[in-house]
Ligand binder design. Structure first.
Ligand code: SME
Length: 169
């Protein structure tokens, strides 16, 4: 069992180097997509400071459906193109939202969330879902978070096939 080291006080670059090193170690040798996404949500939530939600949505038809996460109970189904998650999924681009009140169509699962980042999960040219992080703090996420979380998603996609999680409905 891995004791996750928190990364407060480190630069973002150092924090993501440390968090992603731990992620490699936690996912090593395991190919269960459900287990790896559950552990990745827990690791991110514990290791990175200033988060109030971290988790996954998986593509099912034209919708994103809630997957493993840490934080408050969340919206279950998000249409492609809706909210930050559905927009990042449709564009297949990471979206950083410094102030969620300024993002048209933002879906408020927790009224206390102030900023958000969503990273699409794309494997073999197919959109499979998104990784979503929320924060109580305005401006919590920037290009360094996009780079660090892109690295984390790369580690996840190398560890397992997420497609089985997309057919659950
Ligand atoms: N805020 C997201 C919805 C998901 S929750 O934040 C967990 C959105 O606008 O897509």
């Amino acid at each position: 069992v891995h004791a996750i080291q928190r990364t407060e006080g480190l630069s973002k670059a150092a924090a993501y180097a440390e968090a992603n090193r731990q992620l490699e170690s936690v996912l090593a040798g395991e190919t269960s997509a459900l287990a790896n996404t559950a552990n990745m949500a827990a690791l991110i939530y514990q290791a990175l400071p200033g988060l109030n939600w971290a988790g996954f949505y998986f593509l099912s038809g034209e919708e994103l459906v809630l997957g493993p996460f840490q934080g408050k109970v969340a919206c279950v189904r998000i249409r492609l193109g809706s909210g930050v998650c559905g927009t990042a999924a449709l564009r297949r681009e990471t979206i950083v939202v410094p102030d969620v009140h300024a993002f048209p169509g933002h879906i408020a699962c927790d009224a206390a969330s102030r900023s958000e980042i969503v990273v699409p999960l794309v494997a073999g040219g197919d959109l499979l879902g998104v990784l979503d992080l929320d924060s109580h703090h305005q401006g919590r996420f920037d290009a360094e978070d996009a780079a660090g979380l892109g690295g984390a998603v790369g580690i996840l996609l190398a560890s397992c096939d997420l497609r089985p999680l997309c057919s659950l409905g």
